[in-house]
Design a protein around this ligand. Structure first.
Ligand SMILES: [Zn+2]
Length: 124
């Protein structure tokens, strides 16, 4: 029989992979949506495990959290984002931020930027 630590480690690695694969497929989702995606794919994962795993992945920088008025949405790290705080629309907008940050004498620790505001539809 495998030691308990190894079994737990393997289970966590499987959960990590499942969450990352699901996010790659749906592109962005709430914890609830991720949970429903994984369950409908036949994964017996629990909602609390999805919640814990997503937050662990956010803490280590493998998943990105965008806070919207209705709650948080999760996606894989990538382009800079424009987020409409009215309707929750998220657009990927390359902002070429690193050069700007370096010119300002800052040391960049994150490689992506999230700009919050209102989209043109909500601004009418
Ligand atoms: Zn909007």
């Amino acid at each position: 029989m495998a030691p308990a630590v190894t079994v737990a480690h393997r289970a966590r690695r499987r959960h990590t992979e499942c969450v990352l694969v699901a996010l790659r497929t749906v592109r962005r989702a709430t914890v609830q949506e991720l949970y429903r995606t994984l369950r409908s794919a036949g994964d017996p994962i629990s909602l609390s495990t999805v919640y814990r795993e997503v937050h662990r992945l956010v803490a280590v920088g493998r998943v990105r959290e965008v806070v919207l008025p209705g709650g948080a949405v999760y996606l894989l790290p990538g382009d800079d984002l424009f987020v409409c705080d009215e309707c929750g629309r998220i657009e990927e907008v390359p902002l070429r931020r690193v050069a700007v940050i370096q010119d300002a004498d800052f040391f960049a620790q994150t490689e992506t930027l999230t700009v919050h505001g209102r989209c043109t539809d909500c601004d009418r």
